[in-house]
Design a protein around this ligand. Structure first.
Ligand code: UD1
Length: 416
């Protein structure tokens, strides 16, 4: 089993370049199924999740070819209407195939994703959307099937601004007859990026990035060339790492407007942050003030940065309160951080962190993707050696994570 081994105590310096956003590229790859002609996605990060979604669309008949740092996706013909369990089991985001597959062929059968470590993660809002667009939904043993000879535009109110539901509905509605209005839509930058991509393919979508998205259905979408936004969570992860380890680093390829709440929290905790053009420079000596965090849908503080910020707060000089409102079980990193000496109490969806002066390296395991990032951050600051197992979680969403941290001077290796 692969491991990451870190000897803590090195400060970080230099420049690190952020990769294209995982959570933008996954729906964009799924959306490529909507076109009969080839799509070119320039620069695609080399991640396990990207490989999973590519295998899933290849299974349906798409041809995925490397083109430089990007991918060319051609689907002249859809050969299967079914995404089997082996893909959805590996990655819940495989469910994003449902919207485009339904719109393209009138039928989509996807294995049910089930729960995952961070929560039950239902898909009721995705299905509510497809249903309102006129699809017949059948739920069987372990699968969901949607059928519609012709999707018809509709008004869809989301009870919660779900990122995945907004994306799935937007993709399906882009080839429906007539107009669709998605109300209480998710406003995440990745939703905007998908909308921009669909529009380059000929879709007519307005309002992405606001609570109301209007999609005017078109008959056909065609291939286009597209460049994906940088990964705001990867950027935030490096910033948190420098905040804890100390040093002076330029995090390059950042749209700082996408990480305002993270920058605000870094500043509140006493770190120096310079918001440059396309980059953020961060410097500090590792000394941190406590700060409270409450996760919320965008533009609130992102749940995907909660574990990393917790890893910072365990070393702050005082008490911080962290509240998780997006997922009901996203505190699995707490017990692992405690094994390194953190003082944390969990009470329902709230965590109270009492900062300690030092952490001590230990053997810990990554329980999910961002938990793995948090443990790495803690390991950079801990005294002695930290050994992180189950790092396949980290491989799902961080490209060359160990190499990038090593490039900044961290004493970190990966052992296969
Ligand atoms: C996406 C991101 C994930 C991030 C999350 C929240 C991708 C591939 N993943 O996940 O990294 O943590 O947004 O920012 O982009 N919900 C329902 N019913 C639904 C759908 C969701 O109740 O039909 C609930 C979920 O259980 C959760 C909340 O809504 O409590 C947010 O989920 P959602 O925004 O859908 O997250 P994902 O799209 O799965």
């Amino acid at each position: 089993m692969s491991k990451i081994i870190i000897k803590g105590g090195q400060s970080l310096s230099g420049i690190v370049k952020v990769s294209p956003a995982k959570n933008a590229v996954l729906p964009i790859i799924a959306a490529s199924l909507l076109s009969k002609t080839p799509c070119l996605i320039e620069e695609v990060p080399d991640l396990a999740d990207v490989r999973t979604i590519c295998s899933a669309i290849e299974f349906l008949g798409a041809r995925v070819e490397k083109e430089g740092a990007g991918l060319k996706i051609s689907t002249p013909l859809v050969e299967s209407n079914e995404a089997p369990y082996e893909f959805v089991r590996k990655m819940r985001a495989s469910f994003l195939i449902m919207g485009p597959l339904l719109a393209r062929t009138g039928r989509a059968r996807i294995s049910t994703p089930g729960g995952c470590a961070i929560g039950t993660r239902p898909i009721d809002l995705h299905l509510k959307g497809f249903c309102l667009l006129g699809a017949d939904i059948k739920q069987g043993q372990g699968f969901i099937e949607a059928r519609a000879d012709q999707l018809v535009g509709s008004r869809i109110y989301l009870d919660y601004p779900s990122v995945g539901a907004t994306e799935n509905i937007m993709m399906a509605a882009s080839m429906a007859r007539g107009a669709t209005i998605i109300e209480n839509a998710a406003e995440e930058p990745e939703v905007v990026d998908l909308s921009n991509y669909l529009n380059t393919m000929g879709a007519r979508i307005k309002g992405a990035g606001t609570k109301i998205i209007r999609v005017e259905g078109v008959e056909e979408l065609t291939g286009s060339e597209y460049s994906v936004i940088p990964d705001r969570i990867e950027a935030g992860t490096f910033l948190a790492a420098v905040a804890v380890a100390g040093g002076d680093v330029v995090v390059d390829n950042v749209i700082s407007g996408h990480i305002n709440p993270v920058l605000a929290k870094l500043q509140e905790s006493g770190v120096d942050v310079e918001d440059g053009e396309g980059y953020v420079r961060i410097s500090g000596d590792g000394g941190l003030l406590p700060t409270d965090i409450k996760t919320m849908p965008y533009p609130g503080f992102p749940t995907d940065m909660q574990p990393q910020l917790m890893a910072m707060m365990v070393l702050a000089g005082g008490t911080s309160v962290i509240t998780e409102t997006v997922f009901e079980n996203r505190f699995m990193h707490v017990n692992e951080l405690k094994r390194m000496g953190a003082r944390i109490k969990v009470s329902g969806r709230t965590v109270i962190v009492q900062g300690v002066e030092k952490l001590t390296g230990a053997k810990v395991k990554a329980t999910d993707l961002r938990a793995g990032a948090a443990l790495t951050i803690a390991g950079l600051a801990a005294e002695g050696t930290t050994e992180i197992s189950n790092i396949y979680h980290i491989d799902r969403g961080y490209e060359k994570f160990v190499e990038k941290l090593k490039g900044l001077g961290a004493d970190i290796i990966r052992e296969e």
